[in-house]
Design a protein around this ligand. Structure first.
Ligand SMILES: [Ca+2]
Ligand SMILES: [Ca+2]
Length: 186
């Protein structure tokens, strides 16, 4: 009887270890790898998450736009400009994070659509400021939805001192995700 109990206990422990090992192996094999999607998958909706830097005066009350490129348009590639809507709070303050949802609906007609690839080139995504209240970003994430799938389309750690302002002595009015001068504007 004592022997049976001992065998049972040993077997149970063995099974538990086997089960745990199987779960761990299965988990590590199926764990998502945080790489950027790279394809022509259609993007239905995007979230632009911006964290303003915590440096003094990094926040802004000036209006902000996002610029990006649509490759699959009815008349070839074109530059898209979207205003970030004014929220009922004081947005883009130092150290704060905001999420914007630029409308893509108008870009999804007449056979046109946005793709994952459209959002993958850091040079082809820019932020533009429309006023002289200088703004300094800290980090940016662009998340996309395609059907039921969510994807990290792009992200950036903003370079220090890459200020945005219409006042040239304080920064550039438009910068891409590298923090460099935006080439999508004139
Ligand atoms: Ca400021
Ligand atoms: Ca506001």
């Amino acid at each position: 009887m004592q022997n049976q109990t001992s065998i049972f206990t040993t077997g149970s422990t063995f099974l538990r270890v086997l089960l745990l090992g199987t779960i761990m192996l299965g988990w590590s094999a199926s764990a998502p790898t945080p790489t950027l999607a790279q394809n022509q998958t259609r993007v239905d909706f995007i979230w632009v998450v911006l964290q303003t830097d915590s440096a003094p005066n990094a926040g802004t009350n000036s209006d902000i736009q996002i610029l990006f490129k649509q490759t699959h348009g009815p008349s070839g590639p074109r530059i898209i400009i979207r205003n970030f809507v004014n929220r009922p709070w004081d947005e883009n303050e130092a150290g704060r994070t905001e999420t914007y949802t630029p409308r893509l609906e108008e870009l999804q007609t007449n056979g046109a659509y946005m793709t994952v690839a459209d959002f993958q080139n850091k040079s082809d995504i820019c932020f533009q400021i429309l006023g002289s209240d200088a703004w300094l970003l800290n980090s940016v994430w662009i998340i996309g939805r395609s059907g039921d799938n969510f994807m990290l389309l792009n992200s950036a750690i903003w370079p220090q001192n890459a200020w945005l302002s219409t006042k040239s002595s304080e920064g550039l009015n438009a910068r891409n995700l590298y923090g460099q001068k935006c080439a999508l504007t004139n």
